[in-house]
Design a protein around this ligand. Structure first.
Ligand SMILES: CC(C)(COP(=O)(O)OP(=O)(O)OC[C@H]1O[C@@H](n2cnc3c(N)ncnc32)[C@H](O)[C@@H]1OP(=O)(O)O)[C@@H](O)C(=O)NCCC(=O)NCCS
Length: 139
């Protein structure tokens, strides 16, 4: 991840989510040394990104998104694969995340990596209000 890519990440975030993180929030993540921030880049263009912070041996995915024009080409898979590889190499106990219960593409992606539903948070999301599924991959 490079600081020059932040504007593009923030723009993708706005395009993908109804409650987007701000550019400043991403910049703060970039400065933390307990957080992975990876971008998928082709010919200088940022097509997707993922972030995950770690606490001891636990991984918490915060953001995952791929440009709408480049979906279903394996970019999301490559981003989650990178986190999975990190999890294995660093002996994480688990990686976990929240996802809207209607978000079939994301749930499909995570399931392929062995994430399973471990819980649910009622009305966690807004615009529109929706439950979150908690999905975790245990190592
Ligand atoms: C979820 C997301 C990151 C997937 O990125 P992607 O680059 O399209 O994913 P991939 O091409 O690697 O797809 C991997 C697998 O995910 C599942 N998947 C992806 N898109 C899907 C769709 N539209 N419908 C059903 N399953 C889908 C499939 O299992 C797919 O494998 P396949 O193509 O061999 O069938 C992307 O759809 C996205 O950015 N969505 C908007 C932001 C978002 O919802 N982020 C997640 C927040 S928790």
């Amino acid at each position: 991840m490079q600081i020059a890519w932040l504007d593009r990440v923030a723009a993708l975030e706005i395009a993908c989510f109804s409650d987007p993180w701000s550019r400043d929030s991403f910049e703060e993540l970039l400065r933390r040394d307990d957080t992975l921030f990876l971008c998928a880049v082709e010919d200088g263009a940022v097509l997707g990104y993922v972030t995950m912070y770690t606490v001891v041996d636990e991984g918490y995915i915060l953001n995952v998104a791929v440009d709408g024009h480049y979906r279903r080409r394996g970019i999301g898979t490559a981003l989650i694969q990178a986190l999975d590889t990190y999890g294995k190499k660093n002996n994480l106990a688990f990686i976990t995340l929240e996802v809207r219960e209607s978000n079939a593409p994301a749930i499909g992606l995570y399931s392929r990596f062995g994430f399973i539903k471990v819980g649910e948070r009622k009305n966690y999301y807004h615009h529109p209000t929706e439950n979150a599924l908690l999905m975790t991959k245990f190592y």
